[in-house]
Write a protein that binds this ligand. Structure first.
Ligand SMILES: [Ca+2]
Ligand SMILES: [Ca+2]
Ligand SMILES: [Ca+2]
Ligand SMILES: [Ca+2]
Length: 380
């Protein structure tokens, strides 16, 4: 019998859940002990569920295999050396195939694979990952002392993960490691009998551009200024947008701060208000009521780089703010941009229930249905 590592414990009120992935065929033991002295006997129960591993990632033809034997740590980038990080040089258009492990009683020892990408010009970079274990992957600036994260994600076993960002020319790291959700579970991804495999496909395209439609209004704020930053500046100052209007603006998000653009609008009557938005960087567009001393969130949505999205809500008559900003705080400087966006505000008059004999009849039927009446008697 092989001795395993200590795995997890409960405190009598919370129940531990333990998971092991990719266990080879064999016989296993699950010793359960009390961790303090209690009067015996102690009651406990546990359930074990076993799922056959159906997840199998294979390296496609033309895939480039990682040159790191499973069990070694040779391309672990910033984890090994922050001034001269050892990496795999990555090229747009290639698919990389690698292995990962976390095969130690020490949960701090696990494999991470760093890829370095150099862009000579601005590109939209997409990294598609598939792995036989849950992983975390990041797309960051290629500088261990200034690890600006452009995109990151967690994914489950054999669930595809896509990272993407609109990047200026420069150096970037793309890296992958076992999900840190699993750090408390030791001895889980051994190299034997078969290492855990993943594939990572890298594609680069001309950067997406948000174009300003004809007839749109200009935001009128130079990148770096804050002439419409609403409740974020003192005194408060707002731009304006009207129902049916599209505004083309730009944003930055850099060194921990970001541009915010606030547009005031007024409704004379209750209407269904929709904001349609798209930006060259990760974007949030939201609508707020109230005032700067007490803003009330009405609706909002976020979109990835160049993703068109919308948010909609029925709003009463009154004054509102449309708020537009990046969801990020780093990596999108004015010098690398500016980063354009469009927002369109549409306001639709609420539908009034149909009137007249037929409409009234339908309304009565609907109400009577709601109240549970079975028949409607007509007056003669
Ligand atoms: Ca590796
Ligand atoms: Ca590695
Ligand atoms: Ca702006
Ligand atoms: Ca602004």
């Amino acid at each position: 019998m092989t001795t395993g590592a200590f795995l997890d414990c409960g405190d009598g009120t919370t129940n531990p859940t333990l998971r092991w992935y990719n266990m080879p065929a064999g016989t296993y033991y699950f010793p359960v002990n009390a961790i303090d002295s209690y009067a015996w006997p102690l009651d406990f129960e546990f359930t074990i569920s076993v799922e056959e591993v159906t997840c199998d990632v294979t390296c496609p033809g033309g895939g480039i295999a990682e040159v790191e034997p499973c069990g070694d740590l040779v391309n672990d980038g910033c984890y090994l050396d922050s001034s001269a990080p050892p990496v795999i040089t990555a090229t747009c258009g290639e698919v990389y195939c690698g292995t990962l492990f976390a095969d130690s009683a020490d949960p701090d020892i696990y494999d991470a694979d760093f890829y370095e990408l150099t862009l000579a010009s601005a590109q939209t970079v997409t990294w598609n990952i598939e792995s036989e274990i849950p992983v975390v992957a990041l797309l960051t600036k290629g500088d261990c002392t200034d690890l600006v994260v452009y995109d990151s994600g967690l994914t489950g076993q054999c669930e595809p993960l896509e990272l993407s960002a609109n990047l200026p020319a420069g150096n970037y790291f793309l890296w992958i490691e076992p999900s840190d959700e699993l750090d408390t579970i030791a001895d889980r991804f051994p190299c034997a009998p078969t290492p855990v495999e993943y594939t990572a496909a890298l594609t680069c395209e001309a950067p997406c551009e948000v174009t300003c439609p004809g007839g749109a209004s200009a935001e009128g704020e130079t990148c770096g200024d804050s002439t419409n930053d609403g409740c974020n500046v003192d005194p408060n100052v707002f731009g304006a947008i009207a129902c049916g209007e599209t505004v083309c603006g730009n944003l930055f998000a850099d060194a921990g701060s970001r541009d915010t653009d606030w547009y005031e609008f007024t409704l004379a009557e209750a209407q269904t208000v929709t904001v349609n938005a798209q930006g060259e960087l990760p974007l949030v567009a939201s609508i707020w009521s109230g005032d700067c001393a007490g803003l009330v969130f009405e609706t909002g949505e976020v979109g990835d780089t160049c993703e068109a999205f919308n948010a909609s809500k029925v709003l009463d008559a009154g004054t509102y703010y449309l708020f537009v900003a990046s969801t990020e705080y780093y990596g999108y400087s004015c010098a690398d941009g500016p980063w354009d966006y469009t927002v369109e505000l549409t306001c639709d008059t609420l539908e009034v229930p149909a009137t007249g004999p037929l409409g009234l009849g339908i309304l009565i039927l609907a109400i009577s249905g709601l109240l549970g009446f079975r028949t409607i008697r007509r007056k003669k």
